[in-house]
Design a binder for this molecule. Structure first.
Ligand code: BGC
Length: 717
């Protein structure tokens, strides 16, 4: 019986694969027949922007324009066709979704998928065919201004989330444009820096999430990055675009430039760029407009190359705007709000709770909410994509709604966030100074209250595209405020809202209760208040390491940031994030994967299904997780692998699997994680291939890169 079912399944799958091949072949034939009807001029019109966020179609053949909009935080408001000013629509306010590092902190690919579905549905409602999201450059350097948009320092976590957010967006027949390809890890000099990255680090650290998003997520568009990689602009990088992306990974979609990231006509056209976007000057003078027509006529770019680009665009259109199943979409619905809430509530990281002040007890009668971030919204600010949020619940609003019936709630601003991304350093001078009047008011309020909730951190002006932060320090004189408030009220909860690592050394030493929130979307305040109240048990884990000092971090330690002249040589190679701290034995402020809960978990019976594996086999590890505390909660169990004896340097450990497990008090569950032996390989530069060397490997189970609870040795033959 089992055998019959298996046979039927195999036949069914084979049938659906061949049906898929047939329909892809039919699509290809259809596309070829359309291309035959097009003039060279019409083809070239499709290869460059015709407005800020669109490229032309061919109306006479029924080919529509290709319309794009920015994520990643949500669908950006409508701007004018030819400039960045608001189009002043009244129907374009959208759901503001948690930022990239918040999504990553959920360690839950289901959340990334749901994020994608919301983005896709809202894009459809706004008639956008392409969402310029998700963005998942590796968080190499803690000061990078766009860390908040990106996911993680780890390629495996990055890949799992990237694949699911792409699948979510594209489930709505909207193209995900994954960005920025590749090694765009700093904002300073981003449009001129030449990043030097060895092939091993590229393959092991910087490319895996792009590869996964293409091969497993089937992403329709890739945005080339601004920077140069190993001497060539990413928008004309033959290695990156032709060799790796299109040939090795079999990418069928479109390479789109970042806005004004195209530099030449012939090199870009021949080396893999398909659409030029965001350049300046008259549209018909762009690199991929009249100059491209001239290059084709001069024989420098072949018609075959042009046809390939057009064919890719039509292919993506048949899967999106020209797809028969194209849904109408919806915007800022209650369902979208629920997803924004779920992501936010799973993203919040409990960093310290020494005295079990959290969750706040019902006996609390007065709460002082202190800090500019308690009343600040994060949907907009600084440079880069923002969202005209339909609504945004601030921390103060959330706390009032969850505690207002049983406690009196008062607010003091505490500090002045006097910093704008558009100002010069000179104009921003003094932004880091405390304001004694505001501090005095905060002290008075904190003294008179049972509990003080201190909302500090950064904001969307301070963390912004186009800038890197200058230091790890908390801005706006916040440390002075923290010291003053916690001196008068021992029941002080520090809530940090930010998207990247900060220096929390002093806070860690002297404060007992620390919660990390993010730019957490429309429902941020509700999610935070529910965590403070214990309605939600925090389950977020840090997606990147917080270093004790900047000097400890690899890019600074190796003196490779921001680079010498305009060259940033990634000398740390594969030792990025915890791979560096763990291998070099540098104690972090908070490690990768770290986060507490209101309950406790135990891990037992960690075992692998065999003791020795062949290279084409899969390792199946099992373990039991038990909730040994008294509240419902979730633990993210992390599986690291180390290869102690290897012909090349390997990191102390590498994440190879994880599972977020939700458990009732007392409940235990046996969990299985599978890892292909092939995925234990390193990229062997001498062989230009992946190499899983025979020998001993250690499987390590834990709940952060620094908290390993059980180990099992296996051998690879
Ligand atoms: C950013 C992209 C963005 C584009 C369009 C660029 O400056 O790097 O991420 O999609 O602008 O707004």
């Amino acid at each position: 019986m089992k055998y019959t079912i298996a046979c039927v399944m195999v036949l069914f799958l084979a049938g659906s694969v061949s049906a898929q091949h047939k329909s892809e072949a039919a699509l290809k034939a259809k596309i070829n027949s359309i291309i035959k009807k097009m003039t060279l001029e019409e083809k070239i019109e499709m290869l460059h922007g015709n407005a800020l966020f669109s490229s032309a179609g061919v109306p006479r053949l029924g080919i529509p324009e290709l319309t794009c909009d920015d994520g990643p935080l949500g669908v950006r408001e409508e701007i004018k066709r030819f400039d960045w000013a608001s189009a002043n629509w009244t129907t374009d306010s959208a759901m503001f979704l948690p930022n990239g590092s918040a999504i990553a902190a959920t360690w839950n690919p289901v959340m990334a998928h749901q994020y994608g579905v919301v983005i896709g549905e809202e894009a459809n409602a706004r008639k956008k065919n392409v969402m310029l999201a998700p963005a998942f450059n590796i968080c190499r350097m803690p000061l990078c201004g766009r860390t908040y948009e990106y996911y993680s320092e780890d390629p495996y976590l990055n890949s799992q989330l990237a694949v699911q957010s792409v699948k979510g967006i594209q489930s709505q027949h909207v193209a995900a444009c994954i960005k920025h390809f590749a090694a765009n890890n700093q904002e300073l000099n981003r449009d001129s820096v030449n990043t030097i990255v060895d092939e091993r680090a590229l393959r092991e650290i910087y490319l895996p999430a792009f590869k996964a998003a293409v091969e497993q997520g089937n992403a329709y568009i890739v945005m080339s990055a601004y920077n140069k990689l190993n001497g060539y602009w990413c928008s004309e990088n033959d290695f990156l675009l032709n060799k790796v992306l299109k040939n090795e990974w079999g990418f069928k979609g479109v390479v789109m430039s970042d806005w004004a990231g195209t530099h030449h006509t012939v090199a870009a056209a021949n080396n893999g760029l398909d659409i030029e976007m965001g350049s300046s000057g008259p549209y018909d003078q762009w690199y991929f407009a009249k100059p491209l027509l001239a290059a084709v006529k001069a024989g420098k770019v072949s018609v075959k190359t042009i046809d390939d680009k057009v064919s890719r665009i039509l292919w993506l259109m048949y899967h999106t705007s020209m797809s028969a199943q194209h849904p109408k979409g919806s915007i800022a619905t209650p369902e979208h709000a629920k997803i924004a809430y779920d992501i936010a509530s799973e993203s919040i990281v409990l960093l310290k709770n020494d005295n079990h002040l959290l969750p706040l007890k019902n006996v609390i009668k007065s709460i002082a909410v202190i800090g500019d971030n308690a009343v600040r919204t994060f949907a907009l600010g600084g440079y880069g994509a923002g969202v005209k949020a339909r609504y945004e619940v601030t921390a103060l609003d959330g706390i009032k709604s969850r505690f207002g019936k049983t406690a009196s709630i008062s607010f003091a601003q505490g500090y002045r966030a006097n910093y704008l991304a558009s100002r010069t350093d000179e104009q921003n001078r003094g932004y880091d100074q405390p304001d004694q009047n505001l501090i005095d008011n905060a002290i008075a309020l904190a003294k008179a209250s049972d509990v003080a909730i201190l909302c500090i951190g950064s904001n969307r002006e301070y963390e912004s595209e186009g800038h890197d932060r200058k230091s790890l320090e908390l801005p706006f004189g916040e440390q002075a405020l923290v010291n003053a408030v916690s001196a008068v009220n021992p029941n002080t909860v520090i809530v940090v809202m930010a998207g990247a690592p900060y220096d929390l050394n002093e806070i860690k030493k002297s404060n007992h209760t620390v919660v990390w929130s993010w730019f957490n979307g429309s429902e941020a305040g509700n999610a935070l208040a529910d965590v403070l109240k214990g309605i939600i048990n925090p389950s977020g884990k840090l997606p990147f390491t917080f270093p004790v000092s900047l000097h400890d971090s690899p890019a600074f330690n190796m003196d490779t940031y921001p680079g010498k002249g305009l060259t940033a040589d990634y000398k740390e190679g594969i030792l990025v994030g915890y791979r560096w701290y763990d291998t070099k034995n540098i104690e972090p402020e908070f490690p990768f994967g770290y986060g507490l809960s209101y309950t406790d978990f135990s891990f037992n019976n960690f075992s692998a299904d065999k003791s020795s594996y062949k290279k084409d086999e899969t390792i199946r590890v099992k373990f039991t997780v038990k909730n040994i505390g008294s509240s419902y909660g979730a633990e993210v169990v992390q599986l690291y692998v180390s290869d102690p004896v290897c012909s090349v340097l390997r990191p102390e450990k590498e994440l190879k699997g994880f599972k977020k497990v939700f458990l009732k008090p007392g409940e235990a569950r046996t969990v299985e994680i599978q890892v292909k032996v092939a995925d234990l390989a390193f990229y062997d530069e001498s062989k230009k291939a992946w190499n899983a060397e025979a020998g001993e490997y250690i499987l390590e189970l834990g709940n952060s890169s620094r908290h390993i609870v059980q180990k099992v040795k296996i051998a690879v033959k």
